[in-house]
Ligand binder design. Structure first.
Ligand code: FES
Length: 169
């Protein structure tokens, strides 16, 4: 992993913070490490096509997740929803170089948040109940999500599946 690029991204994270006028928001958490990323997306029309105008994020997570989320929100600008859905965790974290094995899930979490936000936008036309949160971080996030009442119906929460238990009897 390119430490210099990582530090540069952390020193000046792009698109950090909530977006009150977003069209959709998606949140993904990793029960493995307890980290979370939330991403907001706003669309605009460009030559008759609906493209991503801007995206922002909040990360309750590690430095790698923050750096990848910062880069991802820049990369997806101007893309259609379908184009953004094509982007893999590997592509989103490419500026950092290959991630070490223990950091691969950080990029995947950002990809998950992006997909959740893109899916939430699609689902906004037919609102579905917000999925219950699980895990230790649930009360805090659930509270903050409930506080964003006007976004109700546009929020999709996806929890990554927990890793298989490694404890032996
Ligand atoms: Fe879990 Fe980075 S250590 S998201």
């Amino acid at each position: 992993m390119d430490e210099q690029t990582l530090q540069a991204a952390l020193a000046n994270p792009q698109n950090l913070g909530e977006m009150p006028d977003a069209d959709s928001v998606g949140t993904v958490g990793s029960p493995d490490c307890g980290d979370m990323v939330r991403m907001w997306i706003k669309y605009r029309d460009k030559d008759g096509q609906r493209v991503i105008d801007k995206a922002s994020f909040q990360s309750f997570g590690c430095q790698t997740a923050i750096a990848v989320a910062s880069m991802a929100t820049e990369m997806i600008r101007g893309k259609t929803r379908e184009e953004a859905l094509q982007m893999s965790a590997e592509e989103l974290s490419r500026p950092l170089g290959p991630l070490p094995p223990m950091k691969i899930h950080c990029g995947q979490m950002v990809e998950g948040a992006l997909r959740a936000a893109l899916d939430a936008e699609k689902a906004a036309a037919t609102p579905t109940p917000v999925a219950p949160m699980i895990g230790t971080a649930a009360p805090t996030l659930a509270d903050s999500l409930n506080a964003a009442g006007k976004m109700a119906g546009k929020i999709k929460i996806v929890m990554q599946p927990p890793a298989p238990a490694t404890e032996s009897l």
